[in-house]
Design a protein around this ligand. Structure first.
Ligand code: ATP
Ligand code: MG
Length: 188
């Protein structure tokens, strides 16, 4: 009721840590959490189901004008919805990450990432130089990579993408979906 306006910065100077992502339905995230439990060793830290996601583009800490621009870019995207088959378990030993992803990235997903990377530089975004690797991180602090375990493919019907705010806390990140856009169902 009585906010302290004297200490609150004007909106433009406030930054938010943002990224575009695909967010699985919680039911799928729970299955993925179960997969991580079967695959990883005990010391690794599993990503809690509500945090499991697939990053499309990481914007970093940005101001309000950047966010507005990014939302316009997102709203102009006409990519079609698609099916993502999660069937490949992998790990990156150096950062100690266990992930799951598709064996082949579907063209509409590549196109979605391409369109974001093409539109966002007008907002001040610097696209990643590394080639895009579609994945969902399932666990961190992995000491050994045991990725040859067979898993049943999990099917994900992807119909929207989201703009997400990352809140950093001492006990890990918390993510908040702040907007989402439907993918074009007519364009399959
Ligand atoms: P934490 O950094 O607290 O361990 P996190 O990495 O999950 O948690 P963020 O750093 O806010 O949280 O990142 C949000 C998402 O963006 C994650 O999927 C992360 O892998 C991805 N990401 C973070 N930094 C980059 C980057 N420089 N390039 C590409 N993706 C990134
Ligand atoms: Mg991070």
């Amino acid at each position: 009721m009585n906010p302290d306006y004297s200490s609150a910065p004007p909106p433009e100077t406030k930054s938010q840590r943002l990224f575009f992502a695909l967010w699985p339905p919680l039911e799928l995230s729970r299955e993925l959490y179960g997969v991580a439990g079967r695959v990883q060793e005990d010391e690794a830290r599993r990503v809690p189901p509500e945090n499991i996601h697939l990053t499309l583009a990481f914007l970093g800490s940005v101001k309000a004008s950047f966010r507005q621009c990014a939302e316009q870019v997102a709203a102009a995207i006409r990519t079609g919805s698609f099916t993502l088959t999660l069937e490949q378990i992998g790990c990156w030993p150096k950062p100690g990450i266990l992930w799951i992803g598709p064996r082949h990235t579907p063209e509409p997903l590549s196109r979605l990432v391409r369109e974001l990377n093409a539109g966002l530089p007008a907002c001040g975004y610097v696209p990643e130089e590394r080639s895009y690797a579609a994945h969902l991180t399932l666990a961190r602090k992995l000491r050994r990579c045991n990725k040859n375990l067979p898993i049943d493919p999990l099917i994900w019907e992807v119909r929207r993408f989201c703009l997400v705010q990352s809140h950093t806390h001492a006990d890990g990140a918390r993510y908040e979906i702040i907007r989402s856009w439907e993918l074009n169902s007519a364009e399959r």
